[in-house]
Design a protein around this ligand. Sequence first.
Ligand code: ZN
Length: 91
Amino acid sequence: MQSNFKSQCQSCGMPLKNGEESGTENDGSKSSKYCHYCYKDGAFVSPDMTIDDMKKVLDDTVGKDGVKGKVLAWMGKMQLPGLERWRNSKE
Ligand SMILES: [Zn+2]
């Protein structure tokens, strides 16, 4: 893994800039691994989500923003299998 991949959500792949997008641990501290869309109070917001569900989320959010969004969604989907949350998941 390259070091510039460190500060991105390990669930959805979105960049975590300045901690503003970071999720929270159950003691209220910021998570260094996950964004607040995926992770809140020390747990995943959608614990039953699969990698395919996350791909759909990307299509339904960033993927809606024209051609640029489609490219971003595609790139996001490509990196999902390398993220910590999905690395050990069975497809
Ligand atoms: Zn996330």
